[in-house]
Design a protein around this ligand. Structure first.
Ligand SMILES: *[C@@H]1O[C@H](CO)[C@@H](O)[C@H](O)[C@H]1NC(C)=O
Ligand SMILES: *[C@@H]1O[C@H](CO)[C@@H](O)[C@H](O)[C@H]1NC(C)=O
Ligand SMILES: *[C@@H]1O[C@H](CO)[C@@H](O)[C@H](O)[C@H]1NC(C)=O
Length: 458
């Protein structure tokens, strides 16, 4: 069709639909121009942009060459801009600046970021919470639904008020827990009929079976060795009773049918209970198999263990099955990093890494072969996930101490330090590979640093 004919047809169709609309519309005044005048090219429609002038301030570090890649602090900046050195450009909006302030390395990534890296961060504050009965507590979880790369581990953050229980339950996944706040009573029965009971404080760990909040309640993390784990998918004590015929239950327990008249009809999940007796020995039920021998203990008082490694920039506390054998495949580091300091560039060969941020703010730069790198930002209450072999650092970008947990699925804690690797490689090889000066190479350390202080040599 010739262009003029086409334009005429479009104009005709537009008029037709406009008249239909005009007849159907309620009576009222309209100042709109005839829509045909608004269609396409018409020299009367002059385009102007009166507010083209975007007002903004760049923050310290933003004008440095993009490959310097320092942390950008957008807090208290009215109109943050996605600019790094000569890269990026202004952003007129619309915007919710809180996102840029919380995630400056997503908004204005270091120039060393490249290509794509699977998402490695999830704030539990964005998880859909599951609320317990009668204000007894709540839980929220991270699994492959929110970090699809997290195939090997998942985590749950749970609160139990004083006296409240996580309903007796079991699941296929192995579990490890870390107490974040308050105190909790842990009880367990193993396959041999051996029994166990102990109380834990913030900073302690356990392999829990039955859990009850003590005075002031408790908040804890549960980490599972299965990325698909879901709190909605566990075997529940209440359901064993509602899903077995009462005739079977009566035979099984040798009690009358009426014994089951008042059992709960639905899942309890998190519910209030009778306060745990202060005297823990009152809950020490012992069968003929006796108590669980100490080497198979279900708890470990990690809060009372000293640092495995202590340095100017922070400290690291390692716990693995060497000291806590029952958690046979959970190897964990509790890491404290001072402001500006860095958990050194390293990677794990044995396992993926699951993270939880207990306090402070951090960023993690992940290098994933081939030629992909991205930087993620983390705050207290966030989870993280770093697949094995990918190099990463954890930098404290806040004003307070950073505290986080590294969890590996391994029978001992191990990592490869980039610094030590190069420090122990013949200098000639390093020189031929990286074209560094002899002075630079001689500064490389032969020992793992774990954590390095925040000074950058000018
Ligand atoms: C537990 O939480 C309370 C309330 O936020 C806080 O005052 C207390 O310091 C926390 N305890 C620990 C050990 O973190
Ligand atoms: C190594 O660096 C020097 C500058 O110090 C440069 O002149 C030289 O071209 C570089 N060599 C390679 C192979 O890039
Ligand atoms: C650097 O060290 C190598 C030995 O590793 C040596 O052969 C070379 O002369 C040194 N270069 C300088 C500039 O000192």
């Amino acid at each position: 069709m010739a262009p003029q004919a086409l334009r005429a047809l479009i104009a005709l169709l537009a008029t037709a639909s406009f008249s239909q609309y005009a007849f159907a519309a309620p009576t009222g005044t309209s100042t709109a121009a005839a829509p045909t005048a608004l269609l396409g090219y018409n020299p009367d429609n002059v385009v102007k942009n009166d507010d083209a002038d975007i007002k903004y301030t760049l923050v310290p570090g933003q004008t440095d060459s993009a490959v310097v890649g320092a942390h950008l602090d957008f807090n208290n900046v009215e109109n943050p801009q996605p600019i790094r050195g000569s890269k990026g450009g202004t952003d007129p909006g619309p915007n919710t600046n809180e996102y840029s302030q919380l995630n400056p390395d997503r908004f204005a990534p270091p120039g060393t970021d490249h290509g794509s890296v699977d998402n490695a961060q999830w704030p539990l504050g964005l998880s859909h919470a599951k609320l317990g009965l009668d204000r007894a507590g709540w839980s929220r979880q991270q699994n492959i639904d929110n970090i699809p790369a997290a195939t090997d581990m998942a985590g749950v953050d749970m609160r139990l008020e004083e006296g409240a229980y996580r309903e007796l339950h079991w699941h296929k996944a192995a579990e490890w827990s870390y107490v974040l706040n308050g105190s909790v009573r842990v009880q367990a029965v193993n396959e041999k009929g051996e029994t166990f009971v102990d109380d834990l404080n913030a900073g302690d760990v356990g392999v829990p079976h039955s859990l009850q909040g003590l005075e002031g309640g408790v908040e804890f993390l549960l980490i599972f060795d299965d990325g698909e784990f879901s709190e909605d998918n566990t075997f529940l004590a209440s359901e064993v009773f509602t899903r077995n015929p009462k005739e079977i239950l009566s035979k099984n327990f040798k009690v009358p049918l009426s014994a089951w008249d008042n059992i709960p009809t639905g899942e309890l999940f998190i519910f209030p209970g009778t306060k745990a007796p202060t005297d823990i020995s009152k809950q020490n039920i012992v069968g003929s198999a006796g108590i669980v021998p100490i080497e198979n203990s279900y708890t470990y008082h990690l809060s009372k263990q000293g640092a495995t490694f202590d340095a100017e920039g922070g400290s690291i506390k390692i716990l693995d099955p060497t000291s806590f054998p029952i958690a046979s495949m959970f190897s964990v580091a509790i890491v404290t990093v001072k402001p500006g300091a860095l958990r050194e560039v390293h990677w794990h060969t044995a396992s993926d890494e699951w993270n939880y941020f207990i306090a402070g703010s951090a960023r993690i730069g992940i290098y994933a072969a081939v030629n992909n790198a991205q930087t993620f930002d983390y705050h207290a209450g966030d989870t993280g996930y770093i697949p094995k072999q990918m190099t990463h650092y954890v930098e404290n970008v806040g004003k307070d101490d950073l505290m986080f947990i590294e969890v590996l699925q391994a029978d001992h804690f191990s990592d490869i330090s980039l610094g030590q690797w190069l420090g122990l490689t013949p200098p000639q090889i390093v020189q031929d590979t990286l074209n560094l000066t002899n002075t630079t190479i001689s500064a490389f350390k032969k020992e793992k640093q774990y954590i390095v202080s925040g000074d950058v040599v000018e």
